[in-house]
Design a protein around this ligand. Structure first.
Ligand SMILES: NC(=O)c1ccc[n+]([C@@H]2O[C@H](COP(=O)([O-])OP(=O)(O)OC[C@H]3O[C@@H](n4cnc5c(N)ncnc54)[C@H](OP(=O)(O)O)[C@@H]3O)[C@@H](O)[C@H]2O)c1
Length: 308
């Protein structure tokens, strides 16, 4: 196969999920080009991409997005605008470049999040459950998904991964909680009864790879483990993996002080999300259980290669 045909273009490929997907693709014979705000080795900038058009490639993926949970950051209109443009405008840019490309990729994989589903302690959601219309963050997910839709006549397969809370030693939630747990001052968040729709980063990357490689995969895929747990259950599992106690709950008022109530609810409320279509499409989870996922996240020195 020609190199151009094995190339995968990844918007936000420099990030946490993107690094793991790049590592997997590299190991499996693909050539990866990241799209980034900055030029660098193996990267092309968004401006340059728009100027030059889509290079020949087999797949386009978008995992770009400004971090939602930056602590002590006011949820100002400007911050909301950046959350929006870093997700929706980048996805829309890629969709438009695919529309204009003479040689189309086989597949476009975009991203969304479980914030699409309303928080609930009792409901169980799968990819067919309604959502996307009850607050700013759910609307953001709906617009993010809509931005990635391609017209069927383009003949480009399209999939969207609705990611849950991604667990991995080298990024995301674990990176923020590793030191407190290591020091033995970790604990549940709020009541701890809220659902935590978690996924290990090896599986998050694995689902994107599955969507790239398999011609029958399309549509929404929940990027969550088949065994969701509550925040308290996760806390016990992570503390056990770290060989530490976890007696110091993070009270609701502290979460609200650090993140504000609109973002704090991402941590204080949760959704029980099942990856029904993901499993039906044949994806086999590497880390279906929280204990093994936490054990892998508890290592002192992160090593992406160990997950291959
Ligand atoms: N991690 C999670 O638990 C989780 C959960 C649900 C959904 N998600 C979503 O899944 C995607 C991947 O997650 P991740 O944890 O890998 O994200 P990440 O590491 O925080 O960021 C991914 C990339 O987004 C790009 N980016 C950041 N701010 C941007 C901006 N203002 N404009 C354009 N690009 C920007 C950055 O690339 P450059 O610096 O190279 O431009 C960054 O490397 C994100 O969209 C995230 O919102 C993540």
């Amino acid at each position: 196969m020609m190199a151009g045909k094995m190339r995968v273009l990844i918007g936000g490929g420099t990030g946490f999920v993107g690094r793991h997907l790049r590592a997997w693709l590299g190991e499996n014979g693909y050539q990866v080009t990241c799209i980034s705000r900055n030029d660098g080795p193996g990267c092309i900038s968004w401006t340059e991409l728009v100027r030059k058009g889509l290079p020949e490639c087999v797949a386009v993926v978008n995992v770009a997005g400004r971090n939602l949970l930056e602590p002590f950051k006011s949820f100002t209109p400007l911050y909301k605008e950046e959350l929006y443009s870093s997700r929706i405008d980048t996805t829309e840019n890629l969709a438009n470049l695919i529309r204009e490309a003479k040689v189309k990729p086989k597949v476009f994989v975009s991203t969304s999040a479980v914030g699409y589903y309303p928080p609930s302690s009792t409901a169980e959601y799968d990819e067919d459950s309604p959502g996307g219309n009850f607050d700013f963050l759910s609307g953001l997910c709906a617009d993010w998904e809509a931005a990635g839709q391609l017209e069927p006549e383009l003949n480009v397969r399209q999939a969207t991964v609705r990611l849950g809370v991604v667990l991995g030693r080298d990024g995301g939630a674990i990176q923020n909680m590793y030191i407190p747990f290591f020091l033995g001052v970790g604990g549940r968040i709020g009541s701890g009864k809220q659902w935590l729709p978690w996924i290990h980063v090896g599986d998050a990357a694995g689902i994107y790879a599955h969507a790239i490689e398999n011609d029958h995969v399309s549509g929404i895929l929940n990027g969550t483990s088949p065994n969701p747990v509550t925040n308290s259950e996760f806390t016990v599992a992570f503390a056990k993996a770290m060989w530490r106690p976890a007696f110091f709950p993070l009270p609701e008022f502290v979460v609200n002080a650090v993140y504000g109530p609109e973002r704090g609810k991402v941590l204080l409320q949760g959704q029980k999300v099942m990856p029904k279509r993901t499993l039906e499409s044949g994806y086999k989870f590497i880390f279906p259980e929280i204990d093994a996922a936490c054990k892998e996240c508890s290592v002192f020195i992160p090593d992406i290669k160990r997950l291959q």
